[in-house]
Design a protein around this ligand. Sequence first.
Ligand SMILES: Cc1cc2nc3c(=O)[nH]c(=O)nc-3n(C[C@H](O)[C@H](O)[C@H](O)COP(=O)(O)O)c2cc1C
Length: 196
Amino acid sequence: MEFQEAVRRRRMVRHFSSDPVSKETVDTILELAQHAPSAGFSQGSAYVVVTDPEIKKKVARVQGEEDYRAGGFHAWISEAPVAIVACVSEKLYHDRYNEPDKLDEDGKEIGWPTPYWFFDIGAGCMIMLLAAVDAGLSAAFTGVFDVRGMKDLLGIPPHFHPVGVVSIGKGMKDVKSPSLKRGRRKPADVVHYDRW
Ligand SMILES: Cc1cc2nc3c(=O)[nH]c(=O)nc-3n(C[C@H](O)[C@H](O)[C@H](O)COP(=O)(O)O)c2cc1C
C-alpha cells in the first residue's frame, strides 16, 4: 500500500471481527515499531503483546471497556484478537542522557524541554497504527488511565509506564467517536509559513 493511502485510511476503529491475526503479521508490526526514532537512540519503549483471551479481557477491564459499552460502543478492546500495551521508561532516557556524549556544557543532564520519552512512544504507536492498515487490518488506541492496575496485571517493571493499548484486528462497521464531529482543522489554522 502506498504511504499516503495508509495515512489517509487510518482511523481509530472501535469494532473488530474475531478473525485471528497471524503471529507473522504481529511480529512485522512490532519490528516496524522498533524503527521509530528515539531521542539519543535511547530506545526506552517496550511492548506487551496480549492475545490470550482471558488476559485480554482483564486488559479491557482495566481500560474501562464497560464504560465504553455503556456509552453505546462495541467491546472493541476484548474483541480485537491482539492488544499491544505500549510502555516507556523515563529512566532509560535519564541513563542515556547521563552518558558523556549527551551531557551539557556544564557536564549536567539536559533540562528536558519536552519529555521525549512520551514523544518516542507516540512515534512507536503511530508506526503500529499505520502498519496495521498496511497489513489490511484496523487498529485503535486507548490511553491507560489506571496505570497501577495495568502494571500489576501484566507485571510491567517499576520504571516502565504503560501509556496506551493498541488494539489490532479486522475492522468492522463501528460506532464513531463523537469527537469527530469537531471536524478536521483547516490547514491555514495549523500550518504557518516563515512566521506564526
Ligand atoms: C494520545 C491519544 C489518546 C487517545 N485516547 C483514546 C481513548 O482513551 N479512547 C478512545 O476511544 N480513543 C482515544 N484516542 C483516539 C482519538 O479519539 C482519535 O484519534 C481522534 O478522535 C481522531 O480520530 P481518528 O484517529 O479516527 O482519525 C486517543 C488518541 C490519542 C492520539
